[in-house]
Design a protein around this ligand. Sequence first.
Ligand SMILES: [Zn+2]
Length: 546
Amino acid sequence: MRQTILLLSAAFALFAADFVAEGDRWWAHIQFLADDKLQGRDTGSDGYREAVKYVAGQMETFGLKAAGTDGYLQPVKFETRQLVDAESSLALIRDGVETRLERADASLSARADLAPALQAPMVFVGYGLRIPEAHYDDFAGLDLRGKIAVYVNAPGPVDAPGPVKSHFGSAAERWNALKAAGAVGSATIMNPRRAVGVNPPGADDAAAADTPGAGRGRGGRGGGGRGPQKSFLLADQDLRDSTGQKIAVTVTRAGGEKFFEGSGHTFDEILKLAQENRPLPTFPLTGTLRSKAVVQRDTVEAPNVAGMLPGSDPNLKNEYVIMSAHLDHIGVGRPVNGDNINNGAMDDASGIASILEIARILKESGAHPKRSILFLAVTAEEKGELGSRYFAMRPTVDRKQIVADINLDMFMPLFALKFIEVQGLAESTLGDAIRETAKAAGVAVQADKEPDQNRFIRSDQYSFIRNGVPSLAFKFGYEFGTPEDKIFHDWVRDRYHKPSDDLNQPVDKAAAAQFDRIIAALLEKVADDPTRPRWKDDSFFKRYAR
Ligand SMILES: [Zn+2]
């Protein structure tokens, strides 16, 4: 009997579990991590260090093996950059006349390798995309050499699957293409298709992925009233995406018109086309953009935390399934109703709580998965998925032996679990694995319902995908037009990256526990499968596989 239970442990556990009690255990981790005392777990802060200690301690309690380079920790070094506002400026120069751009018009991003002084002509490059796979090229016929590329940060009328569009629309890929075309930098007009004041989940989770360096300069998110926002870069220069970008500007709606003056086109006309996702014209802009940038640099260290459930098979134990979530959040910001601590309960204390509970469940169930499972709490996701990038490129285990990443970031257990929405469902055999696992638990699987929100590249799984590792991420699913749809989108509007993502919000803890059991079963299935997960033949991301 015991043997039978062991063999069927995960599936058995799905039915045997006490979801109410397990939901309370899950919530207890969140109560610690999202407490005001941790001050929003900003990367490198005292609160973050408290969170690190907690997670490492729990991993040890649950019997995971230390899998960092320093016990459970993998130290990660960052360079921070902060624009010195008083000594930095932006201006448009036309016919010798200088129009100074104020903060309300445009801002510099210190994430880029800003030149101390630069003056260059500008070209409007539409959506700023070059996607050979989709036979789409905004740069056709344009000379970008030595110029600043001005573009609208929106998906554009590209005929390609959502994940492919997301990938090419990422900061790294957009800048790669612009750099290859000879541009010295970029000016980004924020996506007009997004309602003002509403950040989709994950929008800022990788502002770096979304916009090269945007939103991190003057008046950047979270820094309200406290001067310019600090940009974080990995200290390891080989792992940086924005290298060579001598100027990076974010243009507001108010500032947009100034850039288009004299070009024969109006900003309103461009915005209207972009809002409708229609093709955009490309053309040179008049005059030049001049920037002066003084940047203050500093260093910060904040570790990833890693614990391992070693595999039981003599060969397969040397292969690793990663179970990841991010431990950092955005810290202290602008007060809302007298509260300025961004507790990050759902984002992403919930994911960390789940990886801890899943580790506990697997360990206590007596399951002996064949491959090793590496539980990973990453740092600096909110700074541009930096901790996961560091781990994916400089892992504490053999990089070639990482076979999958299962990532949890804001999986939104706000209502009963009827659907699991999966990012990356069609890309790899992991999609088949979650389909089977969810089915056994009586839960339906949905593909990403809002691919234009780019969620596939907006969290830490993308760091692994870019390294050729098949990956998945999840949310609680719902159907459009249902009460769950409203709960989800109200949450995004009212709580996302706000102090109200705290311990005083309605959460379905038992549903979270039920979800954790399904993910535990998925991990076991992937870890036990004789064959490694692989990209589907028609997946775009297959090209990154080694
Ligand atoms: Zn976030």
